[in-house]
Design a binder for this molecule. Structure first.
Ligand code: RBV
Length: 422
């Protein structure tokens, strides 16, 4: 069920009050965005900008949306995953007059319909998480490209897609890789994914993690976060990887490393965090223990081959929210969480507000940069400047009530010299 208005389509407007409370809660834990909102409220550097956003509709995203509006922007929003929209938050945004097209459990066709709706106001800036919005503009609406000054990308997978597009010479406007900021990737991807993925697994299963074999596929920043938190809860972490140096890092962190074919036989819980397809396929599922739990925390739902799982089953039933039991021919039961979509957003609330505060501060500052400098930037993928990272870090520390040391002139000189030795 959905309700449609002049500039929105959401599940149920009656949920708006509950959504407002959620947003208020997030806001109280996002001091960097609050700081930026105050700083730019008068100057309004985004005045005249129309921002189309395609990013998980969560309480944290709502705080970002409000910050963009406070800085003068007009926005139109859609979710970036069919299962990640929080309907209460979407209702609160719609009730406050913000253009939003998002509801939980939409189909893939509806997903792209929502993106199309957000493009009707002819954006001057775009904000992506996964690059579906930019891809839609490039493939379906090239006539919109001319008026777009620039865009931003939130996540690793999206940055990979955009770098591939730029490599081919197909990128038609400048994009800033927010994901690659130190104050994003080293925090959101590690601590955000680590905590929220475990949260999603626990909400869907309520199982004990202590003593379990917890298989993490992919030991990038996201996988590392999941491994760290599972280990902290007493699980035995097993890592599967394809890169030798990354595998070594996992070993020296105290985890076991082995191919998925081996891990499949002994794992109790499997989480994929690779950004690649077919990480768990039929051959692996055939070897799994009765009761094995499968989930994914990567951006797309291609990491676990669900077609293979479907082919191997004799029956399936929903046993709990976000948890489907597949029974195989020999009676073994395999549990798939959140349809193989991002377990942290589909089965929990996504990353905690405190960490999204830094990621979204980078989004906000990058959009201001696109608004100011977009005309002079080339059609390529830009990193965020080091000064922006340090500024976000400085504000975050200050809002946490922490001070740090500064270098003396003598120390600066020492660090910039080569003459001093033994
Ligand atoms: N993510 N957003 C949230 N609470 O709004 N949680 C996670 C939230 C983002 C995160 O930055 C990651 O890069 C992306 O979702 C994956 O789609």
């Amino acid at each position: 069920m959905t309700v449609v208005g002049k500039n929105y389509k959401v599940a149920d407007l009656e949920l708006a009050e509950a959504g407002r409370l959620k947003i208020e809660w997030a806001e109280s834990r996002m001091p960097v965005l609050q700081h930026l909102s105050e700083k730019y409220r008068k100057e309004k550097p985004l005045k005249g900008q129309r921002i189309a956003g395609c990013l998980h509709v969560t309480k944290e995203t709502a705080v970002l949306v409000k910050t963009l509006i406070a800085a003068g922007a007009e926005v139109s929003w859609s979710g970036c995953n069919p299962l990640s929209t929080n309907d209460e938050v979407a209702a609160a945004l719609a009730a406050d007059g913000i253009s939003i097209y998002a509801w939980h459990g939409m189909s893939v066709e509806e997903f792209y319909w929502c993106i199309d709706k957000t493009l009707e106001f002819k954006p001057t800036l775009t904000l992506d998480d996964g690059a579906d919005l930019i891809a839609t503009i490039h493939q379906k609406h090239p006539e919109l490209i001319e008026s777009v000054l620039g865009g931003t990308e939130e996540t690793t997978t999206g940055v990979h897609r955009l770098r591939a597009l730029a490599e081919e010479g197909g990128l038609k406007y400048p994009v800033i890789a927010v994901n690659d900021a130190e104050t994003k990737w080293d925090f959101d991807n590690v601590y955000g994914t680590g905590q929220s993925s475990i949260d999603g697994i626990l909400r869907a299963t309520s199982i004990l993690l202590a003593g379990k074999n917890f298989v993490v596929a992919g030991y990038g920043h996201c996988g590392k976060g999941c491994a760290m938190r599972a280990s902290g809860l007493g699980a035995n972490v097993i890592v599967t990887e394809v890169k030798p140096t990354t595998s070594l890092k996992a070993v020296l962190e105290g985890h076991r490393v082995m191919p998925m074919d081996e891990a499949a036989k002994i794992g109790d819980i499997f989480i994929t965090a690779t950004g690649c397809k077919d990480v768990i396929i039929g051959r692996h599922i055939e070897k799994m223990k009765d009761g094995a739990v499968l989930c994914n925390t990567g951006h797309y739902d291609c990491e676990i081959n669900i077609n293979d799982l479907d082919k191997l089953k004799v029956s399936k039933r929903k046993i709990r929210t976000n948890n489907v039991e597949y029974t195989l021919k020999d009676g073994r039961r395999i549990y798939l969480l959140a349809d193989g979509r991002l377990v942290n957003l589909a089965s929990a609330e996504g990353h905690p507000s405190e960490v999204m505060d830094m990621s979204f501060a980078n989004q906000f500052m990058s959009l201001i940069r696109c608004a100011r400098e977009g005309k002079n930037l080339e059609n390529k993928v830009y990193d965020i400047p080091e000064e922006q990272d340090q500024e976000v870090g400085t504000i975050k520390l200050r809002t946490m009530g922490m001070n740090i040391d500064t270098l003396t002139e003598e120390q600066e000189k020492y660090l910039n010299s080569w003459e001093f030795g033994t």
